[in-house]
Design a protein around this ligand. Structure first.
Ligand code: SAH
Length: 218
């Protein structure tokens, strides 16, 4: 049985992690504060608990991964989060990224296509803290038309191309952050839906994500 205990040792390791990602170029203090606050070791299998504060991705259930803290921080920073915004996340996974956004004071809508991961998060007591996260089991390519439009959309799996249905669910002036590519590495992109309706595309660094796959899995 996994114990949920956030010790001084964990807190100390977390401070070091924050210093580490700051030195890699993350400057958004609200992102850094969220990472400093959230016990990442709660989100990992006990086998990896000791490594939770290394700046690395780790396996979670169903062959998926919890993103590297630097990647979480990088995507969160590109989103230019402001409190009370509505943010759609595709790929809940461990729910660590969703918790970082929730800690930053936004309303998070997060979709996971794997039923087991979705169910696991429903039983994950720590997440009760974040009443501002709504969890959905479904295909992220469809988004959430009932809750649209969103101020921000974050994709945390590698997309072969920019999903057009999701662009439709973005508010004018809204941003989408998405790793695009089909190979081992993808390009981080930021798409801005300009008030005129035209799209501005910016390209950032390379990252490596698990693929975004259409349809749901039981
Ligand atoms: N944000 C996560 C990262 C998880 S890895 C975290 O903080 O841990 C990417 C996740 O995207 C995986 O759990 C995978 O199952 C999910 N995924 C892939 N394609 C998807 C789709 N079409 N819709 C919803 N989730 C998807």
């Amino acid at each position: 049985m996994k114990k949920f205990e956030d010790s001084y040792r964990h807190k100390g390791l977390r401070k070091k992690l924050v210093d580490n990602i700051r030195s890699k170029g993350i400057t958004d203090e609200r992102v850094l504060h969220a990472i400093d606050t959230i016990p990442r070791h709660f989100f990992l299998d006990s086998a990896f608990e000791d490594k939770a504060y290394e700046d690395k991705a780790f396996p979670i259930a169903e062959g998926q991964t919890i993103s590297q803290p630097y990647t979480v921080a990088y995507q969160s920073q590109l989103l230019e989060i402001k409190p009370f915004e509505k943010v759609l996340e595709i790929g809940t996974g461990s729910a660590y990224q969703a918790s970082v956004l929730a800690e930053m004071g936004v309303q998070v809508y997060t979709i996971e296509r794997q039923k087991k991961l979705f169910d696991q998060n429903r039983r994950f007591k720590y997440l009760d803290k974040y009443r501002n996260i709504k969890f959905f089991y479904g295909d992220g390519y469809e988004g959430l038309p009932t809750y649209a439009p969103f101020d921000k959309i974050l994709i945390t799996a590698a997309a072969p191309e920019i999903p057009s249905k999701l662009i439709k669910q973005l508010k004018p002036g809204g941003l989408m952050v998405i790793p695009v590519g089909t190979g081992d590495v993808q390009r981080m992109m930021r798409i801005t839906k300009q008030p005129s309706g035209s799209m501005k595309e910016e390209v950032f660094d390379n990252f490596s994500f698990v693929p975004m796959i259409g349809g749901k899995k039981d």
